[in-house]
Design a binder for this molecule. Structure first.
Ligand SMILES: *[C@@H]1O[C@H](CO)[C@@H](O)[C@H](O)[C@H]1NC(C)=O
Ligand SMILES: *[C@@H]1O[C@H](CO)[C@@H](O)[C@H](O)[C@H]1NC(C)=O
Ligand SMILES: *[C@@H]1O[C@H](CO)[C@@H](O)[C@H](O)[C@H]1NC(C)=O
Length: 382
């Protein structure tokens, strides 16, 4: 075979293989997945922001196919895994770089440091640069004018931009709304309203203004408005992720001490107030909007059971070498070798093993407590 023929053969084979792959892959259970959240779900949005909350360097992504991408994890995030369970063969693109028809599979708006409250995470800005200097450094990139982190309110504005783009792609606003009604909207917000707000009295006044119960109430009130907005713009299948055991993170243990317990119990108790109210908010929303379905994933419950720690032998120290000022992995530090035995990758974020465990039970509940009133698989089939 001469070279010319060989090249022709290869060129003509590629479209065939691509077609085959297309037909072999099962279609996902829902046409699209939209993700709202913080660093637990960020997959690259913060790469373009002026913030210290970034994870686009080694050793982040050491177990991820594309290496460091901005995911605050050694491997896949919980949302990545939920996407795979739903049958998506690509990861949902970050808003910062999603282009063209990619957005039809959904968009990930999550941003490390972001919260329900707009001011949450504001101490995470890169100091020593003025806004204009940073803007000049980033003018050829997507640069967020507020900088530092993208709050839930801002993520909802980004979603409106996506919806307009989908309307252009599908020909009308009506077609876009109809399309969105079949999609899953995964929302995980609130961790930073504790970690990067209420638990930092040196930067934020909230802990002197509100008791833990009052704070949980005002967070839920604002979250309720945000979830209603999401429904108003076409969200009918909405998953809310409860908060995890923030008092068990290596960072909070290092800051507060455990007083003989395994975790900082006061923090876990305060955060649980939010979870209990979130679960009843899901009831309220389902009663008010009967055309929609909201569900609650009991992350704390899933990570509290006896089977959770099976295989996890190190639960209170991070796998990577962390910076004492940020709790994030230091660049190029050598992480622990057996990541599947560690619960935390850095001082705040779970390892891929934990994400896999939680995602599996959020998708297919194993007890009646895992997901309420139905699991993600049930939601997809509605
Ligand atoms: C520490 O634990 C002891 C015994 O359980 C308890 O009496 C005390 O109030 C705790 N202190 C703090 C600061 O939580
Ligand atoms: C979560 O699950 C646990 C059991 O694992 C249960 O005790 C708790 O009531 C559940 N609900 C909420 C709101 O977290
Ligand atoms: C890593 O830990 C898991 C769980 O304990 C174990 O099954 C596995 O053999 C370990 N792998 C290595 C390479 O040590």
């Amino acid at each position: 075979m001469d070279l010319h023929l060989k090249i022709w053969f290869i060129v003509s084979l590629i479209p065939l293989v691509a077609n085959l792959q297309h037909s072999v892959h099962a279609t996902p259970e829902v046409p699209c997945l939209f993700i709202f959240g913080d660093s637990l779900a960020d997959n690259g949005n913060n790469n373009y922001l002026a913030t210290i909350a970034k994870a686009n360097y080694q050793p982040y992504g050491i177990d991820f196919s594309d290496g460091p991408t901005g995911r605050f994890c050694n491997g896949r995030t919980m949302s990545d895994i939920i996407g795979q369970r739903l049958g998506f063969d690509h990861f949902i693109p970050p808003f910062a770089t999603a282009r063209g028809r990619d957005i039809l599979m959904g968009v990930n708006y999550a941003s490390g440091g972001g919260g329900i409250r707009d001011e949450t995470g504001m101490q995470l800005v890169v100091f020593g640069h003025t806004y204009n200097q940073l803007f000049e450094l980033h003018t050829h990139r997507v640069y967020h004018p507020l900088g530092a982190r993208i709050s839930m309110n801002q993520q909802l504005l980004h979603h409106q931009i996506t919806i307009s783009r989908i309307a252009l792609l599908l020909g009308s606003r009506h077609a876009a709304t109809n399309y969105l009604s079949k999609c899953i909207h995964l929302v995980g917000m609130g961790s930073n309203d504790y970690i990067n707000n209420y638990l930092l009295p040196q930067y934020y006044p909230t802990s002197s203004l509100y008791t833990p119960d009052q704070y949980a109430t005002i967070l839920i009130r604002q979250y309720s408005q945000q979830l209603r907005t999401l429904h108003k713009v076409g969200g009918y299948k909405i998953v809310t992720m409860g908060l995890g055991l923030i008092g068990c993170t290596p960072a909070e243990i290092a800051i507060y001490g455990t007083n003989g317990s395994t975790c900082v119990d006061t923090i876990n108790n305060d955060v649980q107030l939010f979870n209990v109210k979130l679960k009843s908010l899901v009831d309220d929303l389902n009663n008010d909007m009967t055309d929609a379905k909201f569900i609650y994933v009991n992350v704390t419950g899933i990570t509290s059971g006896g089977t959770f720690t099976t295989g996890l032998t190190v639960t209170n120290v991070p796998c990577c070498i962390v910076s004492s000022s940020t709790g994030l992995c230091v660049p190029n530090g050598v992480p622990c070798s057996n990541r599947s035995t560690y619960a935390f990758y850095d001082a705040f974020h779970p390892t891929e093993s934990v994400n896999e465990f939680v995602a599996a039970r959020a998708y297919n509940a194993q007890t009646t407590f895992d997901a309420y009133p139905i699991d993600i698989h049930g939601l997809a089939r509605l």
